[in-house]
Design a protein around this ligand. Structure first.
Ligand code: GAP
Length: 504
């Protein structure tokens, strides 16, 4: 079992090494928004490109063993607002929220837990579901003198009756009775198009990328040579006015999704397709370096299904053991059965036929949709958490064990000293290698510090040019995880690194 790394260490590394910064950092940030720095951008692009390859370029074989067809789109973030009325988001995409009258903070009801005294005496204390035990103990010490965790039972806030609210002490106050009753709060961010800021000009920033996949269904069937069963994939930004953006990039207000809608005949083996996608998607996360012990399938109960997934074979989350919830898990990707819900709704709202004709029987039907909906930015977080490895035996005290396929830099070229012809040899090798892979050339500073930097950014190989290089044309190649070094001829460096990265 690997150690659980505190989130603050991951956030600090991300800032120190240029993976991720708070958006508008110099103005104190803006809650729920993040900027990707040079290495974070490379890492995110690598995950994005591998998803695209596995879903669009080389999708899996179908239930009959034939290669599936998945095509890609890249649609506008702002669409006709009727799309979001039809999809149910204008009326139904909300979370139950409550406010604290004293601190003016707002909370999601389903993300709060309550510690109730077992003897029924005194106040009950409310905490965020992921509050650390230290925080819980410290508040109990202050607010429930003489009692410890063992004197309390934990229940979720939705289980608490409204009549008990006057006895609750909210998560960020010392006073009882300051929490309001929960109310539904719509999560869509909106803007106004054109000069007038009225209801008629209101438009929404998409809360999921798949909305415009559905509205393009007919365009794609009419213009591409796809035949059911087939999929449409999209990667892009989504926006949600999350009330409590939390845990670094885990829940943010602007994030990226990688979604695929799979259209099939409602008479087809829906359960078979669902299982195929569920397993294929988990395998993919394993293939980019997440470990099996940190992944989990969570099946939704009928009560917590999204509004579009109420029917059909259900929904599963692929979950990851993020440090802020470990040993528990939280969502990384959703695999949803959306049945005929979206296409039927769009047919109703647009009065355009959203059906498909069976080529053998000439019969028209509304296709059945299964969805794989992964968070790209949440994937970046999972990958960062997985990679962070403590190692007291090296100057950096840690290294990032990124899977080579997603490492921002595949190799670093480091002349031992910035003289004696070494920088020139390094430069020549760099010019050759950069044609094939992202590679760093780092000439100055002591070699230990340069190795430490590459360890911290997860570079799998460091290539060092030293005095011997000029004599026999060999360099040392240091492997990140083992720190083992080996001498390789300059002509073979590229091939060696490529072979060991399995990078194409
Ligand atoms: N189209 C279906 C859909 O959007 P979802 O479960 O709401 O389903 C899918 O979202 C994925 O998008 C989640 O598993 C998560 O990875 C990512 N996601 C959702 N909300 C997010 C947020 N506020 N911040 C970061 N990622 C988010």
């Amino acid at each position: 079992m690997s150690a659980i790394i505190p989130m603050k260490d991951i956030v600090s590394l991300c800032k120190r090494r240029g993976f991720i910064f708070p958006a508008s950092d110099i103005y104190g940030g803006v809650n729920g928004f993040w900027d990707y720095g040079p290495l974070g951008t490379e890492l995110k692009n690598n995950i994005r490109d591998l998803w695209w390859k596995s879903m669009v370029i080389t999708p899996p074989l179908g239930l009959d063993g034939a290669p599936l067809q998945i095509v890609g789109v890249d649609t506008a973030i702002i669409q006709n607002p009727t799309l979001w009325k039809a999809s149910g988001h204008v009326d139904g995409f909300s979370d139950p929220m409550l406010d604290c009258r004293e601190t003016k903070l707002r909370y999601r009801e389903d993300k709060l837990i309550v510690l109730k005294s077992k003897d029924g005496q005194g106040h009950a204390l409310v905490f965020h579901e992921d509050a650390e035990q230290d925080t819980i103990d410290a508040r109990l010490k202050k607010l429930a003198r003489g009692k410890s965790s063992a004197d309390f039972e934990t229940v979720s806030l939705p289980e608490i009756d409204l009549s008990e609210y006057s006895n609750l002490i909210g998560p960020d106050t010392k006073k009882a009775g300051t929490l309001t009753e929960p109310k539904e709060f719509n999560l869509m961010l909106h803007t106004y198009l054109g000069a007038a800021a009225g209801e008629d000009n209101k438009a929404y920033l998409r809360p999921e990328t798949c909305g415009s996949i559905f509205t393009n269904f007919k365009n794609i069937v009419d213009t591409s040579r796809v035949r059911i069963p087939f999929g449409i994939a999209q990667i892009g930004k989504s926006f949600r006015n999350e009330v409590t953006p939390r845990n670094f990039i885990f829940r943010s207000r602007e994030f990226e999704q990688m979604e695929m809608q799979f259209f099939c005949d409602p008479k087809d083996d829906i359960k078979g397709w669902f299982d195929l996608w569920k397993n294929y998607r988990k395998e993919w996360w394993l293939s980019i370096g997440l470990s099996d012990e940190n992944l989990n399938f969570h099946e939704h109960t009928q009560d917590d299904l999204a509004h579009y997934a109420k029917e059909g074979v259900g929904a599963y989350d692929i979950e990851y053991k993020y440090p802020f919830i470990a040993p528990g898990f939280d969502e990384l990707e959703g695999i949803h059965d959306r049945s005929q819900f979206d296409l039927s709704q769009h047919e109703k709202f647009s009065s355009k036929k959203m059906q498909y004709q069976n080529l053998q029987t000439n019969e028209w039907y509304t296709p059945y949709v299964l969805e794989t909906s992964a968070g790209l930015t949440r994937g970046v977080l999972a990958v960062l958490c997985e990679a962070y490895t403590i190692d007291e035996n090296r100057p950096s005290g840690m290294y990032m064990n990124c899977h080579p396929s997603i490492a921002p830099k595949k190799a670093a070229i480091l002349p031992l000293v910035a003289k004696d012809g070494q920088p020139e040899i390094a430069q020549k090798l760099y010019m050759e290698m950069r044609e094939h892979m992202p590679v760093d050339l780092d000439i100055k500073q002591n070699i230990g510090k340069r190795y430490a930097r590459q360890d911290e950014i997860g570079t799998p190989f460091c290539i060092t040019i030293d005095p011997q290089t000029r004599e026999d044309q060999t360099v040392t190649i240091r492997e990140r995880n083992t720190m083992a070094q080996k001498r390789v001829h300059l002509d073979q460096v590229l091939g060696y690194v490529q072979g060991n990265l399995k990078y194409s």
